[in-house]
Design a binder for this molecule. Sequence first.
Ligand code: F3S
Length: 733
Amino acid sequence: MLATSSAYPSKILGVDYNNQLAVLYTLKKQSKRPLTLTEKLLYSHLIVDGGREWDLEKIDRGKTILELRPDRIACHDATATMALLQFISAGLPRVRTPTTVHSDHLIISEKGATEDLQRAASEHAEVYDFLSSASRKYGIGFWKPGSGIIHTVIFENYGMPGGLIIGTDSHTPNAGGLGMLGIGVGGADAVDAMSGMPWELVAPKVIGVNLTGTQTLGATAMATICNMSAEIGSTSCIFPHSPAMGRYLSATKREYVAQAANEVRDVLLTADEGSQEYYDRIIDIDLSTLEPHINGPFTPDLAHPLSQLKTAIAKQDWPIDLSHAMVGSCTNSSYEDLDKCRQLIRQAKAAGTLKFKVPFLLTPGSEQIRATAEADGILGELREAGAIVLSSSCGPCVGSWDRKDVDVKGKEKNSVISSFNRNFIGRHDSNPATHSFVTSPEMVTAFAYSGRLDFNPIIDEVIGSRSSFKFEAPIDQELPRHFESGMDTFQEPPADGSSFSVSVDPKSDRLQLLKPFDKWQPGSANDMEILIKVSGKCTTDHISPAGPWYKYRGHLENISNNMLTTATNAALPNDPQLLGHTRNPLTGEVDVVPEVARQMQKQGVCWCIIGDNNYGEGSSREHAALEPRFLGGTAIIARSFARIHETNLKKQGMLPLTFDDLADYDRIADGDRISLIGVEEGELQPGKCVTMNVNSKDGSTWEARLSHSFHQGQLAWLRAGSALNHIKTITTA
Ligand code: F3S
């Protein structure tokens, strides 16, 4: 074993390299197999105390449940309220793993940073007070509004090669740009780790991506790639250690981290020689042949190489004129990104084209980036070209956007282009008719000078007052000469927070202390009505929409009124007005989904939801699992689930099940009633199928086989009513 000779203890570094190497050494004694980088970082965080023993040869990727101890946890303000409410109800005095809370999602973008931050301070005072006081009491670092977007702040302050961070946000893989394994989880998983419980993860399959054609990627550019991996459903994404990571760490005043990482580079931070044959799959991408893409509308998967966009547009009914151009989000708002925008602005200025043709919104990733870009003149040049600089926060990326230029409520059709990462229906402005396209910051800037979607900045000219010109590709400026710190927006947790108190007003409509869910009731999966059979894409944005609903993230009763309100019902006509509606099986009337759920709950009727492929994809939003449980749901039966959402459902005491024969989804009809056989205590076992009995309206019956992914430990969550109920039982036992 090679030990690190670093002079810095784990508390200062934020990771414990010596412990990681010791765990790896023990594992490697049993098996000489070379390890991929992902395996090294995951397995070196395995919990090895309490009699646990791990055998590398027996870890079956895709099946084995790993019990891990993350180095750090991060929550943003929209998920932290519920996570902290859950932590409070677990009754522990202080978090047992370093944790931070980031105020980035709630700030509504409208007029610009100063006014928007003032508005947030007044509108969200109650929530910020709660987060600040709970953080102080329970030993959590609190990043105040204006600090920046969670993943950017993590990158700048806690990113650590070889570390493991979990975050209550699906873009946590962003940390992979610094060689840190970042994984998005639900709030309930975060609460486990805060409580010092093992954090469980199914050992993921490992895909090797062989990137060629460039040597120029800086740390933040690598972070962009890792961040976007969330959009194709990755658990995480990571780059091996590179000099660029050292340069970034030094530039952000963490030279000592760079030095310590260098010492373990070969043993811990790079894949073992010969590990290539142990990847589940290898993908080769030559970046020098990759054309810029404009993806959308409504999904980042709908990819259009720039040269083919005009052809795609000609066949569609998408609005050609752009209504907004936006640069920002945790994906694309680094110093390097903003500098690229500036380079294009200078090219336009040289041709006499001073102003953007459409409103241009910019969100710097963090206060540090804002202050640096301000000092270097970048923001000044952007403002001169017509940009509005918003606060360093999520803003329109997450629907926190008070939009006035189109009739949002009237569902006015329009197109926007942004450097955000996702563009699901209604995501930015709650308007299902906003056609959103995602691309790089430099493409957004170029399109802002054209104002039209059918523009190709590589071949089309822009007409300036002095000359016509074509944009040249900007040059990568990896780092600024010097990072400015900006304003101090961090609240350090006190060494002892026991004298502080946290209060929640029982009359509040924003915050509500949690009441534990009931234990599993025998018979609750018998003769269930179907609340809704969802057709097609059903992301967590469909299950628990964002935007105006953010307000109620800490109030389960109130936010449950948004459940599935943008989902498509397979049993109703395909009419936008009927999104989020369903037929009440008790009355036959069509109403909004949460109202029908409440009616059934009131009458003591058990119900389930039928889902399509990849149900719950998108984000780690645990409300999407809490709401159906709160409104009395028993099971979600789908063709397949997104990993995080499936775990979240289990954590809240719900039964996620999948059709063994995908065609059985099509056989489910309006008015069917479902009973599940084999789900009661003692019957439901890991790896054992469940039988679904379907009673149709016409009196006929049929059967189908369903699968589940519960392991033995998770079955205790189902029986206890939730994972939190179970944690309480063991911590108080
Ligand atoms: Fe925020 Fe959008 Fe990233 S919501 S965390 S900027 S994906």
